[in-house]
Design a protein around this ligand. Structure first.
Ligand code: URA
Length: 182
């Protein structure tokens, strides 16, 4: 069994926090494990919990559209979340849930070893880039850490609530495209 399958197996039976009690499925992440780019969201919602796949609802369709604008699709990226199980009523994951779950994500990053990590929204950016990350003022900025390039941008669900920010997010995606071919 590969490291990745082993990790998936461990995660599937995870009971490290209370979210396991209400989940239908873990949402481990999906896409191409050999990709040089990973996108990281916050937590599964209802559609994701039911399907076991990340970004399945309206925000997923917006993400797909922005990916296609830069020539990418789910087949050539990997998408995961900060936590693998749905928080009830789609509340933000709490500190305990994040601290119990995030080692799975760090292991995924180690195995996939992407050159670029894009954090979708404040929760992911604060966990992965810097704890006081502000999406409105820092989106689109590249940060180099441990020989990887990191960027935080708007969460697609936030863009659906505030479509005025969609052009800023699209600009960030064009920067991602430039970084990918660098
Ligand atoms: N929002 C996220 O952050 N992740 C998903 O998988 C779905 C919605």
């Amino acid at each position: 069994m590969s490291c990745f399958e082993n990790l998936l197996n461990n995660c599937s039976g995870c009971r490290l926090c209370d979210l396991h009690k209400t989940r239908n499925n873990i949402v481990f992440g999906s896409g191409n494990k050999d990709s040089s780019i990973m996108f990281i969201g916050e937590a599964p919602g209802e559609n994701e919990d039911l399907s076991g796949k990340p970004f399945m609802g309206r925000s997923g369709r917006l993400l797909d559209r922005m990916l296609s604008q830069i020539g990418l699709s789910r087949d050539n990226i990997f998408i995961a979340n900060i936590v693998k199980c749905r928080p009830p009523l789609n509340r933000n994951p709490n500190k305990t849930e994040i601290s119990k779950c995030i080692p799975y994500l760090f292991k995924q990053i180690e195995i996939i070893n992407p050159k670029i990590i894009v954090c979708l929204g404040r929760v992911a950016a604060c966990e992965i880039i810097s704890k006081d990350f502000k999406v409105t003022s820092q989106h689109g900025q590249w940060i180099c850490k441990n020989q990887r390039m990191y960027m935080g941008t708007f969460h697609p669900a936030a863009l659906l609530r505030n479509p005025n920010n969609i052009p800023f997010a699209e600009q960030d995606f064009f920067e991602i495209k430039k970084q990918l071919i660098r």
